[in-house]
Each structure stands twice: as C-alpha cells, then as structure tokens.
Ligand binder design. Structure first.
Ligand code: GRF
Length: 195
C-alpha cells in the first residue's frame, strides 16, 4: 500500500476529491491530512471522510521535525499539496526528495511565485487578458512553483469570463486530472521501487 499525506490550508475540495478517488483502492491510501490552519474547512472534510487530521503552526512547519516524525510514524510515501499555502522547508524536501507534488491553478511558469494562490492567480490571469489558463502539477523544490513540471492541462478563457468563471474552469480540470496523475506517478514509483 502506498500511503499519502495531503497538506491543505483551506477548503480542501481537492483533498476530498483525491481521498474519494482512492477510497476503495487496495494500492493507494490517503492516510492523513495536515493543515496549517485550525479552522480550515478541510479539517471538517477529513472528519467526514474518517481520515486522521493534524494541524501545525508556521513555526512547526518551518522546523518540520515533528511533522517528519509523524510522516515516518505513519509510513507516508508521498506528500500531496492541494491548496497548501506555506513554503515547504528544505528539511522536509530532503526527507521526501521528488516525493512532494503540488498543483498550481495556472499554466506555470506564468502566474506563479509568492503570493500567487487561489483567486489572486485567476484575477491576474483575467487582468492580463490571457486567452487560456489551466493547471500545472509539479514536483516541489525549495522555490515556490519552480519544481519540475509533471503535467499541464488547459482551458479557454473568453473576454467575458470573470475571475470566478476562470476559477470554476480550473477547478474542473483539477478534479478531473489531479487524482489520475497522482495514480500514474505512484504506479511508476511502485514499478521502480516495489511495494
Ligand atoms: C486549488 O485551486 C489549487 O490548485 C490551489 O488552491 C486551490 C485549493 O482549492 N493551489 P481547494 O482547497 O482544494 O478547494
């Protein structure tokens, strides 16, 4: 069984979609959900899904020792960032090299970097009069949104689209592709390393 930890800071609709996708899998399990916000809606979703959830503050994320200890104790193989807003510490990246995956709600390298998250991204895309946006799934390294790109998918933007129309289109792509791409990555990983 490959075990996943999902990190999320907000609503957690992607976290829930991923958990439901693997609910009956005998190969992949969402074992824990971790947040940096005590009142994040993702924690309620975790409870409904019966997935143990944990919250750590920014200092604890920066130091990472407690979090790494938990991940090891739970035998977590991969970390999935689904709307997680804090920077991942070098210690955590070293503990999980090429095993931390993020989704960004735009076509990187455009519209990435510090402060570019959620609706800020979609507003910037509309202001720039882009004719397309989409999702980028990528490995996580020390810099925001700069790790190797694994997958992208695009949607069209019309002149009439508001930022929330763009957000809806992007969310649709996230729900459709993120669980499948995670499954593909993990399949390759288990072919290589066995399980
Ligand atoms: C998603 O658009 C994700 O791409 C971005 O943050 C948003 C999180 O939404 N990084 P949710 O919490 O999964 O509903």
């Amino acid at each position: 069984m490959i075990k996943l930890a999902i990190f999320a800071s907000g609503s957690g609709s992607n976290a829930e979609n991923i958990a439901l996708h693997f609910k009956d899998s005998s190969e992949i399990e969402v074992s824990i959900i971790i947040s940096n916000k005590k009142d994040a809606y993702v924690l309620e979703r975790a409870q409904k899904l019966n997935i143990p959830a944990y919250t750590y503050n920014k200092k604890e994320f920066d130091e990472s020792d407690q979090i790494i200890a938990l991940l090891k104790e739970k035998k977590i193989d991969f970390i999935i960032l689904a709307g997680f807003l804090l920077k991942i510490s070098p210690k955590l990246i070293n503990a999980y090299p090429n095993r931390i995956i993020n989704i960004h709600p735009a076509l990187l390298p455009k519209f990435g970097g510090k402060g570019m998250y959620g609706d800020f991204v979609h507003k910037a895309v509309v202001e720039a009069k882009e004719s397309e946006s989409g999702i980028t799934i990528h490995y996580v390294n020390e810099n925001y949104d700069e790790g190797a790109i694994i997958f992208q998918s695009k949607c069209e933007i019309t002149g009439q689209d508001t930022f929330s129309d763009v957000a809806n289109k992007v969310h649709k792509l996230e729900y459709e592709h993120f669980p499948k791409i995670i499954a593909e990555i993990l399949k390759k990983y288990s072919e290589k390393f066995g399980d």
